[in-house]
Design a protein around this ligand. Structure first.
Ligand code: ADP
Ligand code: MG
Ligand code: MG
Length: 879
């Protein structure tokens, strides 16, 4: 027999994994001596058993539950199922991590047709007794039997209307009796059986329902969003009822010890007189502010404030408390570290340090790294947002707030931007050609595409607000209008996008800018003092680089050169290069590109103020650059003295069946060494010139993408070295530069030791590495990932959270192999994972030197890196 049931008197705050947050909190409060109704917790292990044993509660666990019930009966001096003075309980869910509103609770369990009469006599309050019973029937039917709430609500509404009442508490005992019999009739009709009268049967059914609720769709998607493993399970708390619905000296409420939205000190909360459970959050009555309790019940108020202080001091964090007052006596029903906005989190952490409650190290651990995102993008003015008209909602693909005039074409967007307009780019879907238009836009709205679609990834990289995959919308790009929510929006009309909620508003809603100052700055400084990992950024333009530096970037880990070729004056040249037949022609076209590339690199070096910059050589398959419209093809044909048919044929020849695994990355430089030569010249000349102009000591890092074999790297490296030496000789410079590679195909990880003989540094390109390890593309995974979540094959998107078990092994193995050959090898990660806190923790453990992420994620990465290192040191100390 294994212990599955714990009395509140047996537990404590440290038993959270076993008892869940609520159970551990109730036990801890019992231990400190606060007024808590007695009860017990059925552990999360019992939940795991339940799922392992084919969704049944084992006999042994049932026996332990009944034993605990006997204990509770004794403590309360009442019998469960007694017809005169029944013991009533609540059955409450409570997982390890709090999941507000995701799972279910049942109150007043133990009542039936007979005991409700005894309960009425015993309390001398028939109205209260019947009110409790009707609530129980409602909750049991909803939570345990899955009946729609509307059946019961319509009965209640009907009676209220017929009697001319506004509030539930106006219902009389007779009204409630009538309501109960109608509730039971609906129950019998819909369920094909009578409402269960046996309290033991009610109890087991309720406990099972809570276990079951762990697996409901709501809870599953919440867990995916917040990275809570399915395997944790939920605990169930069974607790003696106290009653806030007993009359005017009773009530129920929720309160925070500090403001959850701003972090301001002082009790914030609400309560309702003569109410039970969730009435405060759900009810039609407007609750009173907690300060009003001081007038209503000064004694209770004082006791409440004192206890709240005790709780906050005890947990050394802002508490979110639930309480009930029964005939003037206060009970606490829950306490937890309160959820809060990022702004409040920073305020509270700094205040607690100043109040000597926590150390800066703890303060750093307290901030949820991911939540900083809220602070790093412009936000809507809160008041203005309330008055905004929502016309639709889609995926919150890239956070921030954007308002501007709608344009349906990248060029139109750029033109409008040049005239000083704020622009929202609306597309059916975006492609790499839209990149300039996306850059010009405040926000992007697409009809198709998921969270990892092109639009989403690029927008997040740029820090541009993006709402994607709005299937309700019809976009007519040719006639320049879209329809959504019954509204037709034309080119030039204003809309506003909230990239954090996915909401689409009509009109121009004002925004406010974000910056790192005050508490934010203070926390970031603390974080920087604890972390070991360096934080670099992925930036392709001086503007992005500058932005990243302002947010604390310490270098560039990935500068993609391909985006530099899409500008209108450059694209014809790269197209000419691609469609050329001979090396001479190609070199001529490439030579024209050198000044542009060099200019770009100089701009980036300067923006980085001498910090390290890793430049990746051309990576995408060449077909991405070729013209697609007849007009562009004709232009190119004229430019190259070819016929339109020639151009079309050469473009077609670039077609590949699987371009992501085709002619791209270092393979381009193997076929066309002149590309690597041109890029090397631009990188080296730019560095020599900027070092001379600004007195920097930049040692450029040239990164060869998609390598899978040492010899492959060597071929490209030879081109780079010979060109670099030639440029240095021309300029009389002794510039130091480095050549490294990306580890992004599984073979590179396997061959890491031999590759490290030639590569001075590694950057794990985990986007491609994930894609190639899993064997599916991130652009297509959206189609089936939902099914994989549903079938519990994956819990998270491997492109957003590094797959530590699989892809992680490749990284660890490659790192270890490389270090054997080259002990001082510099290793980092670039790609989406570089800004994901869980993945950053992994990189810290794996001993990488840095992470590189998009500019707007730099502060998140700084904080996550600090948290990872603090945890690692604490673990080392413990063992
Ligand atoms: P949630 O996790 O959704 O907050 P809870 O288990 O905390 O659900 O229950 C919701 C509310 O039900 C509580 O805030 C409290 O008001 C009420 N409640 C739960 N258990 C009891 C009890 N034993 N006595 C009185 N009210 C209770
Ligand atoms: Mg609660
Ligand atoms: Mg790649």
């Amino acid at each position: 027999m294994s212990k599955r049931v714990y009395l509140f008197t047996e537990g404590n705050a440290g038993m959270r994994n076993l008892l869940g947050g609520k159970g551990a909190g109730l036990a801890e409060m019992t231990k400190i001596g606060l007024p808590i109704p007695n009860g017990f917790t059925i552990s999360t292990e019992a939940c795991t058993d339940y799922y392992e044993e084919n969704k049944t509660i084992s006999e042994d666990t049932q026996r332990q539950i009944y034993e605990a019930m006997s204990w509770l009966e004794e403590r309360q001096g009442k019998k469960f199922g007694d017809t005169e003075d029944p013991l009533l309980v609540s059955v409450r869910s409570g997982a390890r991590a709090s999941m507000p509103g995701m799972m279910d609770t049942i109150l007043n369990l133990g009542l039936n047709d007979v005991s409700v009469e005894g309960f009425a006599r015993k309390t001398g309050n028939p109205r209260f007794a019947y009110d409790s019973y009707r609530r129980f029937i409602q909750m049991f039917s909803d939570v345990v039997m899955g009946m729609s709430k509307t059946f019961f609500d319509s009965i209640l509404d009907g009676t209220r209307r017929a009697k001319g009442y506004v509030y539930d508490y106006e219902l009389t005992a007779e009204d409630l009796k009538d309501i109960i019999s109608r509730f039971k009739a609906v129950y019998a009709e819909k369920m094909g059986q009578e409402f269960p009268q046996d309290p033991r049967e009610q109890l087991m059914a309720a406990i099972q329902a809570v276990f079951r609720s762990w697996d409901n769709p709501r809870a599953n998607s919440y867990r995916r969003m917040y990275d809570i493993p399915y395997s944790w399970g939920t605990a169930v708390n069974v607790q003696a009822m106290v009653f806030g619905n007993k009359g005017d000296t009773s009530g129920t409420g929720v309160a925070f010890t500090r403001s959850p939205s701003t972090g301001a000190k002082g009790i914030f909360g609400e309560y309702l007189i003569n109410a039970q459970g969730e009435d405060v959050v759900a009810g039609i009555r407007t609750p009173q502010p907690i300060t009003k309790l001081q007038e209503d019940m000064p004694e209770v108020y004082k006791q409440f404030i004192d206890s709240a202080k005790i709780l906050e001091n005890h947990y050394r964090d802002m508490q979110d408390m639930e309480f009930t007052i029964e005939e003037g006596k206060l009970y606490f029903l829950q306490t937890r570290n309160g959820k809060r906005t990022a702004q409040a989190a920073l305020q509270i952490a700094c205040d607690l340090v100043d109040e000597n409650m926590i150390t800066p190290e703890e303060a750093v651990l307290r901030i949820e790294a991911q939540s900083l995102d809220q602070l790093l993008h412009p936000n809507f003015d809160v008041q203005a947002l309330k008055n905004g008209r929502v016309i639709g909602q889609a995926l919150p693909a890239s956070p921030g707030a954007a308002a501007g005039r709608v344009y349906f074409d990248a060029d139109d967007a750029i033109a409008a931007r040049t005239e000083g307009q704020r622009v929202i780019l609306v597309r059916q879907e975006t492609s790499p050609e839209d990149i300039e238009g996306m850059h010009a836009a405040e926000g992007v709205l697409t009809m198709r595409g998921g969270m990892t679609s092109h639009a989403a990834v690029v927008a997040r990289g740029m820090g541009t607000c993006c709402v994607s995959g709005c299937g309700d919308m019809t976009v007519n790009e040719a006639e320049k209008y879209f329809e959504l929510g019954g509204v037709t929006v034309r080119e030039g009309d204003y809309i506003s996008l909230d990239g954090s909620t996915g909401k689409i508003y009509l009109g121009d809603i004002p925004t406010v800018e974000a910056s790192i100052t005050g508490n934010f700055e203070r926390i970031m400084k603390w974080a920087d003092s604890f972390r070991r990992l360096r934080v670099r950024t992925n930036a392709d333009t001086p503007a992005d680089a500058e932005n990243a530096v302002n947010l604390g970037a310490e270098g560039i880990g990935l500068c993609r050169t391909e985006h530099m070729f899409f500008a209108p004056e450059r694209i014809p040249k790269i197209r000419r290069m691609i469609l050329s037949d001979t090396t001479e022609e190609r070199e001529a076209a490439l030579n024209e590109l050198i000044p542009y590339q060099k200019g770009d690199f100089k701009g980036i070096y300067k923006a980085m103020q001498g910090m390290p910059v890793t430049i990746r050589f051309l990576d995408p398959p060449l077909h991405e650059f070729v013209p697609t419209t007849e007009e562009d093809m004709r232009e190119l044909a004229d430019d190259m003295n070819l016929t339109l048919a020639d151009v079309r044929a050469r473009c077609d020849a670039l077609h590949e069946f699987n371009p992501m695994m085709g002619h791209r990355g270092c393979r381009l430089s193997v076929t066309y060494p002149e590309i690597a030569r041109m890029q090397t010249r631009a990188v080296i000349e730019a560095a020599i010139e900027v070092n001379a102009e600004c007195g920097y000591h930049i040692e450029p890092e040239i990164m060869v993408p998609l390598v899978g074999d040492k010899k492959e790297l060597d071929v490209v490296k030879k081109v780079i070295d010979s060109t670099a030496e030639q440029v240095k000789a021309e300029k009389g410079s002794d510039l130091v530069y480095h050549v490294g590679t990306m580890i992004e195909i599984p073979r590179a990880a396997l061959m890491a030791d031999s590759i490290a003989e030639s590569a001075e540094f590694f950057s794990f390109g985990t986007n491609d590495l994930t894609q190639m390890t899993f064997g599916f593309s991130r652009d297509d995974a959206g189609k089936f990932l939902q099914d994989y979540y549903k079938s519990k094959i994956y819990e998270a998107d491997p492109f957003a959270h590094l797959d530590q078990n699989g892809v992680g092994q490749l990284i660890e193995m490659a790192a270890a192999k490389a270090k054997k050959v080259r002990p001082d090898i510099h290793m980092g990660i670039c790609g989406e994972h570089g800004g994901d806190p869980a993945s950053i923790e992994f990189c810290n453990r794996a001993g990488l030197s840095y992470v590189s992420c998009s500019p707007f994620r730099v502060p998140i990465a700084r904080l996550a890196a600090a948290q990872a290192e603090i945890k690692l040191r604490r673990e080392a100390k413990e063992s």
